[in-house]
Structure formats: structure tokens, C-alpha cells
Design a protein. Structure first.
Lengths: 220, 392
């Protein structure tokens, strides 16, 4: 739709007077401005390694794997974070939980998070039903090789130990026993909002989805 | 054979002076770059380089080492001979021009070999400088052309048009000085102003010429606001897009040496050289007077360079048609009128203090003409409201 003529403000070119035509007053007032900035001694620069920046509270830095109150890894290896991850940077191998963990079926035997592939979107944190993976405010992690930034379970747990007493972390999730999903007593009835017949599904195979580890496809 | 030994002495002294001056210029250049970076930072409320050494004072050395050690890329399909020669021409010509620029009180030699100038008694002084510095555009043109790159070629075309245009007001603006002084010799012009005292500085007689000279010198050295040849928005890097490492450094050095030479010329021609009332006059005979005079000259030059750097972040870059319009429609007519005025004053032996009045009158005339032409041009354009009416 074309704008109404009442919506448009037309600006006429300003009149050029004698002083504008000679350039000099504009140049002198400009030099006054620049000189004022030279003299005022103010800087907006932060001297970074000495002065750390004040990050916003919702800043998303590297991940951590939380521990529960017994010091065990909170993760139940449900693969939801790996599924939600748009960058495919989380690789989990699940294993049956040891018999002395009666409240778990599974736990992550390995949990590798490639911090170089990660786009720090926070979807893993959103997806996690037990609040096990969280993003911290740490932004300045460096490494000398690519492999050194594939954080494994122990290193992610170490990051939890480093940041658990930091008032900034966790940023958004709350600390419960195992997270909100574990505290459901009665599972709410979940069903599709509208009835969908088998023929209307876009997925045509009845087999459950398989989360493949990264790397060459073993089926090929 | 006293004559041969005298000649040998002359040669050794000249080589010594050249070595000293060239090395001093290179050192000063690198620290001017540091100063420019610091000043730019302060103007933009930043800190500037402060990590290399105390207060970042070793930054120029790090920059120089970087220029030396980085990979030199010579692109394929370029004219390799010209590609290599271009930056050397750029530096060579600007350094050559410095040969006849006096950098101290010439004629007052405390030690026989300290003569404050590389080549003394060059009577065509100013002509030599303009001839040699205008050769520097060859470096830019050849560099841009040999790169075999559209942007470089466009940048060097712009640079050549710009330098050729601004040569004219640059030369014409100092003709008045030459007529008033009766010589082209820079040492003599400086000495005349020094003996005439503060009110004998050529600036008071030729303020308009000073303004024209300063503007044209900025354009000649391709400094902002006239650096269209390396306009990043349109031309990537202009003529030095393809240059890297030391060859880029040489272009940079050439530009800075050009700025230094221009600043020296401005101070020597218009601001009395080493003369400063009560501090450095021809009568001051205390010990180390020569050092004080040299420092006065250097301080004036530094002030001019600082103004150049201030202007860099004050005025936005000109559009190319504005640049050409400024040279051909404003500066050249003004400098010709100024030159004719000096001729009249000299020919009919009028009081020279008419000259500043004439300068002022010319300046006002230029302003009035500029304002009226711009106004009439604007008035001939359709009004915005009329455009709106015609659009519906």
C-alpha cells in the first residue's frame, strides 16, 4: 500500500548562506569538536585482560554438566539435547546405570561436547528434562588444538564445580533434585491436539528414530 | 692538493647529512604514525596502541618489523617490474624533495659540517620541490596500473586527476611569495622573514595564498579529506589494494614524507621558518641558539602536522566532483587573482599591506559567489512538495 501523503514529511534542502559556502566556520566548529574529544581524556575502551566486561545476565557461554546432591552426574542420557542440537555437537553414549543408582535407568558413559561446533543457542538447556546441561557465563575458553575443545564428561563436570557457587550461574534453569521432569508423580495426559490418522503423518516408517553418532554412517 | 681534499670533505659531509636526514625522517615518520594513531584514538574516545612497550611507545618498531616480516604477495598477471618499481618511486621522489628543505637556521653553522640542509643554495628551490613531488604521482599511477586490478586502476586514475588538478593552485599560490621575496630559494625566503620579524611572516601578507597552499598540499599528499584514491568504501584500498608487506610500507612512508615536506614548506614559506619573537630571532646570540631555532622550526612543523591529523577526523571525504570543483572553480581562480594582485602591488610599488585586504576581499567574493550559485541551483530544482504533487 502506498503511504498516505499525510504520513510523509518532505524536507527541503537548507539554504546555503555565505559562511556555509566558505566551508571555514563548519571546519572550525568541527575541529573544536575533535579537539574537545582529544582533551576530555574520556575513553570508552575496556582494557580487556585487566578489566573484564560486564556481560548481560542472559549471556550464553560454554556448557556445564550438573551434579546432583550426591555428586553424581545429573544427566540421564535421554539424548534430548543431542536431538535438539542444531549444530550436532553433542555426542552421548548411554549405558545402564550402576546398580547402586536405584533412581536411574541410564547414565552417560561418554558425553562429548564439541565447543567449536556449538553455536551457543541454548536449545540443549531448553530440551534437558532434568536440568543436567546448562550454559554458563564463561566466554574465554581457549585451546591449542581442536581436540582439546571437545569437552568430555569429566571436564564438563569440572566446569560445574568451578561455577556452581558463582551467583551468575545457572543462568536460567533452577536447581531441583533431578529437574522438573523427574518430579512428576503422575504423568500428564499427552495427546495430539487434533486427531491425526496414520495416513496423514509425514513420517511413513513405523520404526523409532535412531540417533546416530557423528562420523561415517555404520549402515553404509 | 687542498682543492681535492676540500671536495672530498664536501662529499663526505653531504653523505653524512643525507644519512642523518633520511634516517631521521624514517624514524620521525614511524613515530608520526604512532602519533596519528594515538590522536585518532583520542578523538574517538579510544585509548590507541598501548600494549607494546611503555605507553605503547614501541608500537612503531613492531609495525616496522611487521612490514618487514610479512609475506610479500606479488599477484599473477601483473607487470612485475612496474609493480616493484612503483613504491620505490613514491618514496624516492618524496625523499628527494626533502634535499633542499632547510630544517634549521641555515647560515648559522656552529660546526662546519652542520648545515641544516642537504643541498644548500639551490636557487630554483620551490620549482625543484614542485617538480619532484609531482613525480610522486607516477608511483601511484604505475602501482595502480601494474596491479592489473580494476579498483587499483580506478584509484590511480583518481589520484592522477587529483594531483594534476591541485598542482596548479599549489604552484600559483606560492608565486605570490616568490614575487614578494624576489627569490625561489627557500633559505633566502626564510631568512628574509626572520629579519623582518613577526609581522614580516608571509602569512600576514598572503593569508589566502596560505589557505590555498595548505588545501592543495593536503590534496597533493592524498590525505583526508582528499584521499579519494584509496577510498575504502568504493575502491577497497585504491592503488595499494594489491600491495603487501614492505611495498605497502613504502607507499605509507612516501605519503608521510610528503606530509612532512608539505608541513615544512608551509612553515618556511608562510610562518617564518625558525623565527619566533623573543625566543628565536636573528639577534639571539646565546649558546645553542641554533638548537633553539631548530626546535622552534620543528615545533611549528609538528603543529601543522597535528592540524593535518585533526582535519583527518573532522572533515568527511569529498565527493570526486566536489573535489574537482574545489580545485578548478575555486582554488585556481582565487590563486590567479591573488597572484595578479601581488603583481600589481609590486609593479606600482603600492603599500604591501593592501595584500591582506585584497585576500579578504577575494575570500568574501568567493563566498558570495559560491552562496549565490548554490542558491540559484537549489531554486531551480523542483520543490519537494511539487515532486509530491506530481507523483500523485
Amino acid at each position: 500500500m502506498i503511504n498516505q501523503s499525510t504520513d510523509v514529511t518532505w524536507v527541503e534542502e537548507p539554504e546555503i548562506g555565505f559562511w556555509e559556502a566558505t566551508f571555514l566556520p563548519a571546519i572550525i566548529s568541527g575541529i573544536k569538536t575533535t579537539l574537545g574529544h582529544v582533551g576530555n581524556g574520556k575513553t570508552v575502551t575496556q582494557q580487556y585482560p585487566e578489566v573484564k566486561p560486564n556481560l548481560p545476565l542472559h549471556y550464553r557461554g560454554i556448557h556445564r554438566l550438573n551434579r546432583d546432591e550426591q555428586g553424581r552426574v545429573k544427566c540421564v542420557a535421554c539424548m534430548l539435547c543431542a536431538t535438539a542440537c542444531p549444530a550436532n555437537c553433542i555426542h552421548i553414549e548411554a549405558a545402564a546405570a550402576p546398580p547402586e543408582w536405584p533412581d536411574r535407568d541410564k547414565f552417560p558413559a561418554t558425553f562429548v561436547l564439541d565447543e567449536l561446533r556449538c553455536i551457543y543457542c541454548g536449545m540443549c538447556e531448553e530440551a534437558c528434562p532434568v536440568d543436567a546441561i546448562e550454559l554458563t557465563h564463561i566466554y574465554d575458553m581457549t585451546g591449542e588444538t581442536r581436540e582439546s575443545l571437545n569437552l568430555n564428561r569429566e571436564r564438563l563436570l569440572e566446569i560445574y564445580d568451578q561455577t556452581k557457587d558463582n551467583p551468575r550461574d545457572p543462568i536460567r534453569t533452577r536447581r531441583g533434585k533431578l529437574g522438573p521432569a523427574a518430579e512428576f508423580v503422575d504423568l500428564p495426559a499427552v495427546g495430539p491436539a487434533t486427531a491425526v490418522g496414520v495416513a496423514e503423518r509425514s513420517a511413513k516408517t513405523s520404526s523409532p528414530g535412531v540417533i546416530r553418532p557423528m562420523g561415517p554412517d555404520p549402515n553404509k | 692538493m687542498p682543492e681535492i681534499s676540500q671536495n672530498l670533505f664536501e662529499i663526505i659531509v653531504t653523505f653524512l647529512t643525507i644519512t642523518l636526514v633520511v634516517n631521521a625522517i624514517l624514524g620521525i615518520c614511524s613515530y608520526l604514525i604512532m602519533l596519528e594513531r594515538k590522536l585518532s584514538a583520542w578523538m574517538q574516545d579510544r585509548v590507541g596502541p598501548n600494549r607494546t612497550g611503555p605507553w605503547g611507545l614501541l608500537q612503531p618498531i613492531a609495525d616496522g618489523a611487521k612490514f618487514l616480516l610479512k609475506e610479500e604477495v606479488i599477484p599473477d598477471h601483473c607487470n612485475k617490474v612496474l609493480f616493484v618499481i612503483a613504491p620505490t618511486i613514491s618514496v624516492f621522489t618524496t625523499l628527494l624533495a626533502f634535499a633542499i628543505v632547510p630544517y634549521g637556521p641555515v647560515g648559522e653553522m656552529p660546526i662546519e659540517w652542520l648545515r641544516f640542509i642537504i643541498a644548500p643554495n639551490v636557487d630554483i628551490g620551490m620549482v625543484f620541490i614542485f617538480a619532484v613531488t609531482s613525480l610522486a604521482v607516477y608511483g601511484i599511477i604505475l602501482g595502480g596500473w601494474a596491479s592489473n586490478n580494476k579498483y587499483s586502476a580506478l584509484g590511480s586514475l583518481r589520484a592522477s586527476a587529483q594531483v594534476v588538478s591541485y598542482e596548479i593552485p599549489l604552484g600559483l599560490s606560492v608565486v605570490g611569495i616568490a614575487l614578494l621575496a624576489g627569490t625561489l630559494n627557500l633559505e633566502k625566503i626564510m631568512a628574509q622573514q626572520a629579519t623582518a620579524g613577526f609581522w614580516g611572516w608571509n602569512f600576514w601578507l598572503q593569508p589566502l595564498a596560505c589557505l590555498i597552499f595548505f588545501t592543495s598540499a593536503l590534496a597533493e599528499s592524498n590525505r583526508l579529506p582528499f584521499d579519494l584514491s584509496e577510498c575504502e568504501q568504493e575502491l577497497v584500498g585504491g592503488f595499494h589494494t594489491e600491495y603487501s608487506a614492505l611495498k605497502f610500507g613504502l607507499f605509507f612512508l612516501g605519503e608521510y614524507t610528503h606530509v612532512i615536506t608539505s608541513a615544512f614548506l608551509l612553515v618556511i614559506l608562510f610562518f617564518g621558518g625558525w623565527q619566533l619573537p623573543w625566543i628565536a630571532t636573528p639577534e639571539s646570540s646565546f649558546a645553542l641558539a641554533w638548537l633553539v631555532k631548530m626546535l622552534v622550526l620543528m615545533t611549528k612543523v609538528l603543529l601543522v602536522i597535528v592540524v593535518v591529523m585533526l582535519l583527518r577526523w573532522t572533515i568527511p571525504r569529498f565527493r570526486f566532483d566536489q573535489l574537482m570543483g574545489l580545485a578548478w572553480k575555486v582554488l585556481i581562480p582565487l590563486s590567479i587573482a591573488n597572484m595578479v594582485a601581488v603583481m600589481f602591488v609590486r609593479q606600482f610599488n603600492w603599500n604591501p599591506w593592501w595584500l591582506p585586504a585584497i585576500s579578504l576581499a577575494l575570500f568574501i567574493a568567493a563566498g558570495v559567489i559560491g552562496a549565490t550559485t548554490t542558491r540559484s541551483e537549489i531554486s531551480r530544482r523542483p520543490l519537494a512538495t511539487a515532486k509530491l504533487a506530481s507523483a500523485h
